[in-house]
Ligand binder design. Structure first.
Ligand code: 13P
Length: 289
């Protein structure tokens, strides 16, 4: 648990809001825990439903009462239903990698929020860098997706992060600030209870180049201060910020020891049950923050 100062405002906003993950029960009005949250983003993998079911079952089998975090798997649409069945009552959540902004109609190939909810998914990603760069999603598109998810009581992991060129120009802070402000436009403080931020430097995704933990911590702290400007410190202190980009069993412990790193969004290593099992069962506080 990551303990943070907690105010009456945060209590008021959190108790009134629907929360698909729900923070750990609050026993004090002076402290709130940000329960770590580690998610696997399977992207366009694995190749078949049988493989997805086998992977979901193995990961669910590695999730236990001693696992120090919430766990979710973001699976391709055709496998959502089967993955929900595969994880069963383990407590592992299953989400969609995106949801379109319209409810229904003539939108060939798109998938709506009600569709993903109807197969047991209460989470979705928005703004993944592959959607931004390969499929041309704009900050405005992503903002519509975020609002649509939250207005339909679906939790949202909003992915942000700079490209290699932006990193080299020292633009990490401004890029993350702009994406947070544009992508969360219109999201209320109450709705922030259902938002998780994933900081994913694009240059670290799928490259084996993990952002050094101390650098990631600095960016997470910057993001939290931007959220404090937007929503107030009390709300900002309750928002979980994941790190994503080449997270492995070897790097997870040091990342998770940092005070503002509240979880991970894992691509490649989430496709290998043994690796992802070690990641979700990271060693708490074994590495000095
Ligand atoms: P990798 O862990 O493969 O770098 O992918 C990260 C990612 O894009 C998660 O959304």
């Amino acid at each position: 648990m990551k303990f943070v100062a907690f105010s009456a405002l945060a209590l008021a906003t959190s108790v009134s809001a629907f929360s698909p993950t729900a923070f750990a029960p609050r026993t004090s009005t002076s402290l709130s825990a940000r329960k770590p949250f580690i998610a696997g983003n399977w992207k366009m993998n694995p190749g078949t439903k049988d493989e997805a079911v086998a992977l979901g079952k193995e990961i669910a089998g590695a999730f236990s009462s001693s696992t120090p975090c919430e766990v979710a798997l973001f699976a391709p649409y055709p496998f959502l239903d089967a993955t929900v069945d595969a994880v069963g009552s383990s407590g592992v959540k299953v989400g969609a990698e995106m949801a379109f902004t319209e409810g229904k109609g003539a939108y060939t190939a798109e998938v709506s929020v009600s569709m993903i909810k109807s197969v047991g998914c209460n989470w979705a990603l928005a703004g993944h860098s592959e959607r931004r760069t390969l499929f041309g999603e704009s900050d405005e598109d992503i903002n519509k997706q975020v609002l649509n998810l939250l207005n339909n009581d679906v939790g949202c992991i909003l992915c942000i992060g700079e490209t290699q060129a932006e990193y080299e120009q020292g633009l990490v802070g401004p890029i993350c600030t702009t994406q947070l402000k544009k992508n969360l436009l219109g999201v209320t403080p109450e709705q922030m209870a259902n938002v998780v931020i994933a900081y994913e430097p694009v240059w670290a995704i799928g490259t084996g180049l993990t952002c050094p933990a101390s650098e990631a911590q600095d960016v997470h702290a910057t993001c939290r201060s931007v959220l404090a400007d937007m929503y107030g410190q009390a709300v900002s202190d309750t928002v979980r910020i994941q790190y994503g980009g080449s997270v492995t069993p070897e790097t997870v412990d040091e990342l998770m020891a940092k005070p503002d790193i509240d979880g991970a969004l894992v691509g490649g290593a989430s496709l290998v049950a043994e690796k992802f099992s070690r990641i979700i069962n990271f060693e708490e506080a074994k590495v000095s923050a």
